[in-house]
Write a protein of this length. Structure first.
Length: 256
């Protein structure tokens, strides 16, 4: 599908399709009209009159009428027109509105399906759409619905703005929301009861207790005895001397 010029407001859509009647088995070409906006109070229908001529299709949109069932409903106003299958060829589709506005489209019907031909009206109150089951495979234009323009980019200076520093009141609230440990709670209660001296002592005692590490127990063997071997005692605290190396026997002289 080729890109088209974006249209801000389009009132109607005309969807071209095909269907087979279950009773007669005949194939029909369908033209379904609907509004672009949805209604939240009541469901309405679109009053459309049409005329089919060789090479020309004329549709006149008269307006909206209320349905017979006046029950609250949500959705768009719709109207379905069913005509005998159009012969193969090119057609000029003229769509008229009650206020005198007119849009002219050109379509081509082949054995592969329908497709929209150029030129396409730039200022239009209705969009022409070919349904998936009736569209030509590989057709160039199957819809005049224009894509919405992309949203404008926001400058980075606005996106990344440095947050304001917290006020003293906000800092007090943050401090009040912090959770305290059991040691801090005990120290605070002692300070409230006995003054700041007991609080300092409790803090120093807690730090000293945290620094001390429990001694590791000696490793025990399977039979319950300690695996560490006692070193032999030495005199005067000196290390025991190593035993002297044995002298090698003298080699025997060979007899001549």
């Amino acid at each position: 599908m080729e890109p088209l010029t974006p249209i801000k407001e389009v009132e109607y859509r005309c969807i071209v399709g095909k269907m087979i009647d279950d009773m007669t088995g005949l194939e029909y070409s369908t033209f379904s009209f609907e509004t672009s906006k949805e209604f939240s109070s009541f469901r309405y229908e679109i009053a459309v009159r049409y005329k089919v001529e060789p090479g020309n299709l004329v549709f006149r949109v008269l307006g909206m009428t209320a349905t017979r069932m006046m029950m609250p409903a949500f959705g768009t106003a719709k109207s379905l027109l069913k005509v005998p299958t159009l012969p193969l060829g090119k057609y000029t589709v003229t769509i008229l509105k009650s206020d005198g506005s007119e849009n002219v489209f050109y379509i081509e019907h082949t054995r592969k399906g329908f497709q929209i031909l150029k030129p396409i009206p730039r200022k239009r109150f209705i969009d022409l759409v070919i349904s998936k089951e009736a569209a030509m495979s590989g057709g160039k234009i199957v819809s005049t619905v224009s894509k919405a323009p992309p949203p404008p980019l926001v400058p980075r200076t606005i996106q990344k703005r440095a947050p304001a520093p917290p006020t003293p009141e906000e800092l007090e609230i943050l401090e009040a929301l912090k959770t305290e440990t059991p040691e801090e709670r005990d120290a605070r209660e002692e300070a409230e009861l006995f003054g700041s001296s007991s609080r300092k002592k409790a803090a120093t005692n807690g730090k000293a207790a945290a620094k001390k590490k429990p001694a590791k127990p000696a490793a025990k063997a399977k039979n319950g005895k300690s695996t560490a071997k006692a070193k032999p005692a030495t005199k005067n605290g000196k290390k025991p001397a190593k035993p002297a190396a044995k002298a090698k026997p003298a080699a025997k002289k060979k007899k001549r």
